[in-house]
Design a binder for this molecule. Sequence first.
Ligand SMILES: *Cc1c(COP(=O)(O)O)cnc(C)c1O
Length: 609
Amino acid sequence: MKNFGLDIWSNQNFIIEDGQIKLNYKCMPSILDITQKIRSNGVRGPMLLRFPHLIKRQISTLYSYFDKAIKDNSYEGTFNAVFPLKVNQFPHAVEAITSQGKKFNYGLEAGSKAELILAMSQTNLGAHITVNGFKDREMIILGFIAAQSGHNLTLTIEGLGELKTIIEVAKECDLKIPNIGIRVRLHSAGSGIWAKSGGMDAKFGLTATEIIEAVTLLSKEDMLNNLTMVHFHIGSQMSDIAPLKRALREAGNIYAELRMMGAKELNNINIGGGLAVEYDQHTHSTSRNYSIDEFSSSVVFLLGEIMNAKKVKHPNIFTESGRFIVASHAVLITPVLELFSQDYQEKLLNFKEVNPPILQELIELNNLLSNQNCIEYLHDALDHMESLLTLFDLGYIDLQDRSNAEILVHNIIKKSLYLKSGNPTDELEQLQVKLQERYLINASIFQSLPDYWGLKQHFPVMPIHHLNSTPLRAASLWDITCDSDGEIGFNPDKPLYLHDINLDEEEYFLGFFNVGAYQEALGMNHNLFTHPNEYTIKIDDDKYSITNEVESKNILDILESIGYNKKNILEKLKNDLLISDFITEKEKNDTLAKLETFVEQNGYLRTTN
Ligand SMILES: *Cc1c(COP(=O)(O)O)cnc(C)c1O
C-alpha cells in the first residue's frame, strides 16, 4: 500500500511532501501544521477539520460534467442540484454548501420536519427545496408555508395518502400550493450495501397503478399543473452504473407518459443521490465501476433518447447527491495515545543462568535466523511455542521462561517478515495478525466513524507526518471507548502498517479521510463521548485561517443533554468532598477547584502533552 493509497482515494485533494500530508490547494498547508496550531491552544482530543474548498470542488465538478454532457448531447433541459440534509446537517457543513453553491442556485433536500425547517431557514431564497420521506398533515402544511414564503419547494409524495392531504390542505387555505413531485416505485433495484431504496418491495414510492390514480385525483381537482417532478433514488454509494441506467429508462418513460397524459407543467426528473465515493485504500475502483464523466453522460444521453423517441420535452435534471458532495471535505485527526505491544521488545528478555532446553533452542533459532533458513526456523519456532505453552499449563515452565519465549517468537516472526518483505508467503502475511501493534487513538469510533461500526465501511486512514520513513508495524486501531467493537482490526488482506514511534519522545497523529458524509449525523454518544472539536479551515494563496471553532461538549453538558441536572450533580460531588475527613481545608479547596475544571472539559483523554 504505497503512500496509504493516496492516489486511489484522495482525488488529488492531498499530496505528500516533506514527509507530511498537505492540502493540494493554494498555499498548501500541511495537516500537521493545522493540527499543531489548534493544539497550541490546549486542545487535546480528536478534531474534525472541514475544508470548504473541497465542497466547492465537488459542486463545480458535478455541474461542469453535467453542463458538458448537456452541450455534447444537445440536451434541452437544465441541470440542477439539491443537497440532502440527512447526509450532514451540521451548521458549518451546510453553510459551506449554501455559500459555495450560491452561484449555482444550489438547493437543499429535506426528509423530516426538522430538516424542512432547517432548509427553509438556510436555503438561498429561490433555490430549490425538495421534500422527500413520509409526511403528515403538519409537514405538508409546512410545505405550503414555505411556498407562501417564496421558496421554490417541491413536495415529493411517497403515497396517495399524502396527495390526498395536499389536496385537502389546498382547499382549506389560501396559502400558495407547493410544487408536487411523485416518487416512483421502480421495478429495477440498486446495487451496493446501501441499496434498499429500489425494487418492487422498496420502502418508498408509487406503483404504476397509484401513479395513474394520482393523475386522476389531481385532474379532478384541477391541480394537475402542480405536478412538476418525477423522483427516484436507488440507494447510496452505487457501485454499479447498470441499475441506474435501468432506473433512468423506467423513470424517463414514466415522465414521458405523464406528460402525454396532460401534466403540462411536469418539467423535472430528480434522479436522487447515490453517486459513489472512493473509500478504498488498497485497490482501484472497487467502490464503483464508473466515473463522474460516464455517470453524467449516461444520464443526459438516456433521458434525451427516451424523450426524443416519445417526442416529449426534455426534462430538467435534478440530482440529490450527498455523499459525493461532502464526504471529502472533512478529516478526522486523532492523536495516538499509546502503542500496546512494545512489551515484546528484545531488551525485555531476561534469561536465567540455565534455561529450559526448549527455550535454549528458541534462542539459537533467533540468533541464527537468515534469509535462507527463515521459513524453516519460523516453523520450528512456532512449534516450540506451542509445546512451551503446554509445558506452562502443566506447571513445568515458569512465567519468566514463558515471557522470554514469547518475545523470542515475536522477534523471529518479525525478522522473517522483514527478511521476506519483498516477497512474503501467505503464511507470513497471516502471521502479521499475531504481531500487530495496537495503536490507541484518542477518539470514539462510535461517535466519529459509525459506519465502520455498523457496516464495516472502510475509511482511508494514514499518519499525517513521518511519511519519509516506511511504516513497518502491522497496526490495529483501538479507540478509547471500553467496548470491544471500538476497534479497527488488522486485516492481512487490506493491511495497515504504521510507524514505530516512541510516544514519550514524539507525537503521532492519524488522519481519517472522507468522513464528511453521514458520519457526524449518525455518530452516537457511546460511553458519553460526544462530537469532537471541529474547525473550518479556509485556505488562501498565502495563508490559511482556522475558523468556526465548535468545542466538544463538556462533561456536565453531556450529562445534562441526557436529562440530568448538572447543578445537582456538581453540588452532590462538592458536598461529598466537603464533608469528608482527614484532609486540610486548603487541600479540600484545591481539590474542589480541580474537580470544577475537570467537569468543564470534554470527556476525551488529555494524556499527551
Ligand atoms: C439519502 C438520500 C440521498 C443522498 O444519497 P447519497 O448517496 O448520499 O448521494 C438522496 N436522495 C434521497 C431521497 C435520499 O434518501
